[in-house]
Design a binder for this molecule. Sequence first.
Ligand code: ADP
Ligand code: MG
Length: 608
Amino acid sequence: MPDLIRLLPEVVANQIAAGEVVQRPASAVKELLENAVDAGATSIKLIIKDAGRALIQVMDNGCGMSERDARMCFERHATSKIETTDDLLAIHTLGFRGEALASIASIAQVELRTRRIGDEVGTAIVIEGSDFKSQSPVTTPEGTSILIKNLFFNVPARRNFLKSNTLELKYILEEFFRVAYVNPSVAFTFYNNDKILHQVSASNLKQRLVSLLGNNYNQRLVPVEQESAIVSIHGFIGKPEFAKKTRGEQYFFANGRFIKNSYLHHAIENAFRELITSDSFPTYFLYLNVDPKTIDVNIHPTKTEINFQDIKSIYAILHSSVRQAIGKFNITPTLDFETERSISLSPPAEGRVYPQPEIRVNPDYNPFEKNGPPPSQQRNYTGPWQSLYDPLKDIRFNVTGNEDPEKQHVLSNWDELEDRQTAFQSIQIQNRFILTHTRSGLMIIDQQNAHERILFERFLAQMEKNSPIAQQQLLPVNVPLSAGDAGLLKEHFQEFSKAGFEISDFGNNTILVQAIPAGCNNNDIPGLIEKILENLKANPADAGGQAYIGLAKTLAKSLATSRNQKLQVEEINGLVEQLFACNAPDVTPDGKPVMMIIGFDELNRKFK
Ligand code: ADP
Ligand code: MG
């Protein structure tokens, strides 16, 4: 029997390591940017093509490499940053494993050009799937340029696993931000498909944050500052009233690198408790410095998770310093949960009124008859949008078919719309729920989810038919944005206009809004645009023919009336009516429930 255990060939070992270190183009970007920072660069250029699939290049003006080092850096466990295990503990930046370049070179075509400061000539190396193709002297600027082509060319499974370009670019942007937020003294330029996406010069931390996040952040950020023996903390938190509806701007850095830590995150959430609504997320950019001996960075291959020795004390210090910052800057909540903001749910454009179903009642219909007459005889809806909003479609389907019984229950209760209108006034409670009743029970509608459903179906129909219903602003509104946000928005102008926006590029990363879709709150256009951007980032629209469906969802989410909004009687009734005219009124486009019914049977049982 021969021995079975063999050492893996170096290339295979590298590819396995690559599986951990380089999951997608963004991971390669992270490693290259961090190497450039470690090399002491003061200016770094990132160049991406085809969301990193075709090309990723990072150019820096750092220390450069000697001829030998240029070759060595692609060897596994080759690093200039650690010599002994003591270094592992003493090193101030986070863990080095000498794995990144070896991994990347095993799954891509890599061209390195590097020259040390003071050297006459530099070195160029071409390596492909761990095979050295060439090494030669070259004239090249001081510093290093690493160019990665055709990532995963020899690992098709991984390549096929990549998501849409929009999504991959989003991941890359995120890595770029993480490095740029923690190295404000380094200038960065980020080119995507030959266009500048971000350009920031060396600056202080606040300027760096503001220039990447947008000028409006100038007034939103409050400094945090705390020195102690265990940890020193500095950075910024967002004022509570600007808390985000999506978890986005939450950054911890430890000893100069981005980290994730849900326990410490909780400390911040706790400090913000009662200052922001439960469905929003505080913004923070917090930089921790601890003695490197008290952290273990090597628990995670990409080094984003680290163990702190005295995490409980750090939690307490973090919590109190955030509290203090909130108190010191006297940022009491300006969010008034009772504020009345008027929304109008009925579009003003003449002749294009949102369809109110016209109802013809069948006089022979007997509600007490178990199975009722054939559904087609029960009632007819007519109106200009009948084909789009034909509730009968679903009712018929559900009454006769044997679909999901839950759904059937909800839908068959529709039939009692007229009862509700005449006998019972729907009411709003907690500025959030609408209470109404049907023949078989009490119906509770979530106003935001309901409005989301209504808007989604409306936008979808308008985008499909290119028949927008716009609501002009009295004065056009200018919205200044960051370059990245302006670019993202511009990609979708055309679809937006089909949904009722009149929106254009005002130059200088500013957009001009002249009209928004009818029936939507128009008090705070910049806020609205920001919501759209947040939703776009959270759910990037995929390319292709169906992209508009995702956009309709995004717009519906962004424009839907919120959970803290008082509605007038007509608005409540309008909402209920429009909801009942939808094709699938019981769920949001994302599948969240819109309504629930508590049956009278159940109520009877409860009160026995
Ligand atoms: P690590 O960063 O963990 O040391 P890498 O594989 O990322 O491992 O890099 C290996 C080595 O290559 C580094 O330790 C450094 O000496 C050298 N190196 C990589 N990128 C650069 C760069 N941009 N400028 C100078 N040296 C670099
Ligand atoms: Mg590295």
